[in-house]
Design a binder for this molecule. Structure first.
Ligand code: UD1
Length: 334
């Protein structure tokens, strides 16, 4: 099967491409390097010892997308490409709506034109807003608190409408919880250039002494130790979920929705402590104000993915912390 991976050089995209190649899928990547590094293409080849086609293009460029589909008989698409910074989306909503929605609409249009009927979409647990109860199941009410999240929710709705109208279409919506970690080779991982917004990249910058301390955003939440609780999942586990989704939708139509999480809640302090312990490093922190828009706790009920896809996360928090640090040490030559 030939799979087009949009955003295939990004954090989750690159790990998914590795697993696809490991399982002998043919892969075509399209990426414009907006938020990814060019050397990832070679790193993927180094890890897998396999080759694939790569296009440096923007998914909003309809002519470029048409060229990709005309040069390759694409059987299914995994759609990662998109802007993903919550704070930036609040400041620049037009940019987020335009890019994330346009690219998906163009992709869907070109897929139809070329008779490609299978798509796996990279959605997020952000579509559950502030959940009324935990753990979160796929049929919980949906709402969002920022334009980034709203683009994810809109795209889910668009794909549902398309599948309703086109009975040949098969769609899988994968709602990720908090992906962290890196490939065990240390060759690919998450490497933000600026000051990171997310917790794990921030912890890593503190561990390598590029930043002085982690700011823990509030310790008065109604959680086990007062700090925010999230469902951290190893990016390789997440990548494997995409393979299961492709295998599932190959012979089906309609829309399938799955949470990809571990089902386990971890607090900010637990993550900091685990990281420091398994990597034998200091991770100083201070308690600061809550971050506006944050929720107290968020973790998955992942039983649907287990029952229907035969998928479940196998890596634990220690693996996530070790692999993330291994990657950052290699990048920084430490
Ligand atoms: C965030 C996004 C979410 C997106 C996800 C992608 C927000 C509000 N939500 O999720 O939409 O899908 O990233 O990975 O931004 N924390 C600190 N100090 C820090 C950073 C974070 O204490 O410097 C805390 C947060 O308060 C939270 C936890 O760590 O309790 C995780 O935060 P983060 O990594 O930013 O992820 P989310 O906010 O869950």
């Amino acid at each position: 099967m030939k799979i087009l991976v949009t955003g295939g050089c990004g954090f989750i995209g690159s790990h998914t491409v590795v697993e696809l190649l490991n399982q002998n899928f043919e892969v075509v990547i399209v990426d414009n390097f907006y938020n990814s590094q060019k050397d990832v293409v070679d790193k993927i080849k180094e890890i897998t010892k396999k080759d694939f086609k790569f296009y440096e293009d923007d998914c909003c460029d309809e002519a470029a997308m048409r060229k990709i589909f005309s040069e390759n008989k694409i059987d299914a698409v995994i759609h990662f490409a998109g802007y993903k910074a919550v704070g930036e989306s609040v400041a620049k909503p037009l940019m987020y709506y335009q890019n994330n929605l346009d690219s998906t609409l163009i992709l869907a249009k070109v897929m139809k034109e070329f008779g490609c009927h299978k798509i796996v979409f990279s959605s997020s647990a952000t579509v559950y807003g502030d959940p009324a109860s935990l753990p979160i199941k796929e049929d919980f009410p949906l709402s969002t608190t920022n334009p980034y999240g709203t683009t994810k929710l809109f795209i889910e709705r668009i794909l549902k409408d398309l599948a309703y109208a086109d009975k040949d279409l098969g769609v899988v919506l994968l709602r990720y919880f908090n992906p962290i970690g890196a490939h065990e080779s240390g060759l690919i991982g998450e490497n933000p250039n600026d000051i990171p917004n997310n917790l794990m990249p921030y912890i890593m910058k503190v561990a390598i002494k590029e930043l002085p301390q982690v700011n823990v955003f509030g310790n008065d939440y109604d959680t086990k130790d007062g700090t925010g609780v999230r469902d951290y999942i190893h990016v390789v586990d997440l990548a494997l979920g995409h393979i299961k989704a492709i295998e599932k939708i190959k012979d089906e139509t309609g829309v399938l929705v799955y949470n990809l999480g571990t089902g386990k809640g971890t607090s900010v302090l637990e993550l900091i402590e685990t990281f420091a312990e398994v990597n034998h490093v200091d991770v100083p922190y201070q308690i600061t104000e809550r971050r506006p828009g944050d929720i107290a706790a968020c973790y998955a009920d992942a039983t649907k993915a287990k029952e229907e896809l035969g998928w479940e996360a196998t890596k634990n928090l220690e693996d996530m912390c070790k692999d993330a640090y291994h990657f950052v040490k290699r990048v920084k030559n430490l």
